[in-house]
Design a protein around this ligand. Structure first.
Ligand code: HEM
Ligand SMILES: Nc1ncnc2c1ncn2[C@@H]1O[C@H](COP(=O)(O)OP(=O)(O)OP(=O)(O)O)[C@@H](O)[C@H]1O
Ligand SMILES: [Mg+2]
Length: 410
């Protein structure tokens, strides 16, 4: 027995629908039949009245005719006296068809009310003996019919949701596969580019160093060098992202690493535009990969500086508590809208003309490999706060082997 049939049986018990009701309904058949065309006519008038129901009948006159016949057949079956599983199974089909044509289930209540008004009036006019009991039986049956419909609607909606979820999972899987492929491609491409690039850069330096300080071509060579360096940075980012090396955990101090990064970055023009403030009062020991943590801090500081206006304040804060360490990079820059914030960790997502969109994905990989978390809070026009939490000790799963590392990445 299906779900709908089981519910039908339950409902019948609950409202005590029995053989006497069946007999009463059968006794109505002959009296009701002459009224059915009028009931159907009223039914269609009601459908025409509301744009939502009118819109469901979009296939034209043939569909209207089909519905007219189906409805007449259904009305006739109401007084057939056979309210068994087979009856329920046939009627359960209606809700499924309605769900398919996009008729919202709440219209069933109003439609059923119209049927009740018309049929009960016909019964009253017939002036039958024991009319009350017959009306009660009819009312019970229409309640059961509503129940069957809602149950079969529910079944259809559930199937739709399951299908939707299956599709979503499939889509995510293909997306993940595509990203992995892009990653591989990017890594091999980066390898191919790295060496010739170093050659070009070296050759240009040789030419430049042999030139007069006043040489008119010198500024152009300087510019070529700057661009090659930028390209080299991008290629390195790509490699780090696509082929991360497992962290080499060692005892270090988070505050020292931040200070070291700041010393280097303060020399960069991008960072000289802003005021960087580092607030820390303690030594913050940690087992981590120094180079990776430095890269993390550097990426976050670059983002904060890029988002800040001239002379804007960028604050770095490190603290510790029982759970581990916290690193906060906070700016008062342009901030992000909700969509940007949601997509910020996507590889290759960038809003910058010269961005690669790998800064934050790399940060997340590094933090993940250290067993920590990274989160962003941002408001447009007010600024952004990135919070990184790191455990003091390496995560149990990251023994440092390649296997363990790739698990952390997924
Ligand atoms: C008491 C309420 C209703 C009953 C008992 C009922 C009954 C039926 C039945 C028996 C079918 C045929 C199912 C099948 O093919 O197996 C059907 C289909 C359909 N019903 Fe209803 N219906 C009701 C309300 C409505 C309402 C309010 C609309 C609004 C437009 C509607 C629109 C349709 C449509 C579009 C079809 C599909 C017709 C086709 O393309 O063949 N129904 N309905
Ligand atoms: N502090 C910030 N303020 C405002 N927007 C930010 C901030 N940090 C990141 N974003 C947004 O998130 C996007 C992705 O950042 P991410 O660091 O991954 O890449 P990117 O900075 O664009 O490029 P790059 O690879 O050079 O770092 C940025 O393009 C920017 O739109
Ligand atoms: Mg960045």
């Amino acid at each position: 027995m299906g779900v709908v049939e089981a519910a039908f049986k339950d409902m019948k018990n609950y409202i005590a629908f029995g053989t006497r009701d069946a007999a009463n309904l059968r006794a109505l058949a002959a009296h009701v039949r002459p009224h059915l065309p009028a009931v159907v006519a009223r039914f269609f008038r009601e459908i025409q009245r509301h744009p939502r129901t009118r819109g469901v009948l979009r296939e034209g006159p043939e569909q209207v005719q089909r519905l007219r016949e189906a409805l007449t057949e259904w009305l006739e079956s109401l007084c057939c006296g056979q309210y068994d599983t087979e009856y329920c199974r046939q009627h359960a089909q209606i809700g499924r068809v309605h769900a398919r044509v996009g008729l919202p289930q709440h219209f069933m209540f109003t439609a059923m009310e119209v049927v009740w008004q018309e049929l009960s009036q016909a019964v009253r006019q017939a002036d039958l003996p024991d009319a009350d009991a017959k009306l009660r039986a009819l009312h019970k049956l229409l309640t059961l019919e509503t129940g069957i419909m809602l149950e079969s609607y529910r079944e259809s909606y559930a199937a739709e949701i399951r299908q939707f979820e299956r599709n979503a999972v499939r889509e995510r899987l293909t997306q993940a596969e595509q990203l992995a492929q892009i990653g591989h491609l990017a890594a091999s491409l980066a390898h191919e580019i790295k060496n010739p690039l170093a050659g070009i850069s070296g050759a240009i330096q040789v030419i430049r160093d042999g030139m007069d300080l006043e040489d008119q071509w010198r500024p152009i060579l300087e510019e070529v060098l700057r661009q090659t360096n930028r390209l080299d940075g991008t290629v390195k980012d790509l490699l780090v992202y696509a082929r991360p090396r497992p962290p080499r955990f060692q005892r270090c101090k988070l505050n020292r690493l931040v200070e070291r990064v700041l010393t280097v970055l303060r020399r960069e023009p991008d960072l000289q535009r802003v005021r960087v403030e580092y607030i820390n009062s303690q030594q913050l020991p940690l087992y981590g990969d120094e180079a990776q943590i430095e890269q993390l801090v550097m990426n976050l500081l670059h983002n904060a500086a890029h988002a800040s206006p001239d002379d804007g304040l960028v604050r770095v804060l490190t603290t510790s508590n029982a759970d581990g360490l916290r690193l906060v990079v906070e700016d008062q820059g342009q901030g992000m809208d909700q969509e940007t914030c949601q997509r910020a960790f996507e590889p290759f997502f960038t809003t910058k003309a010269r961005g690669t969109g790998l800064g934050l994905p790399i940060c997340r990989k590094i933090v993940g490999a250290h067993g920590g978390t990274i989160s962003i809070r941002s408001a447009v026009g007010q600024g952004t706060t990135v919070t990184v939490r790191l455990p003091r000790y390496p995560p149990a799963t990251s023994g440092g082997s390649d296997d363990d590392h790739s698990r952390t990445d997924r």
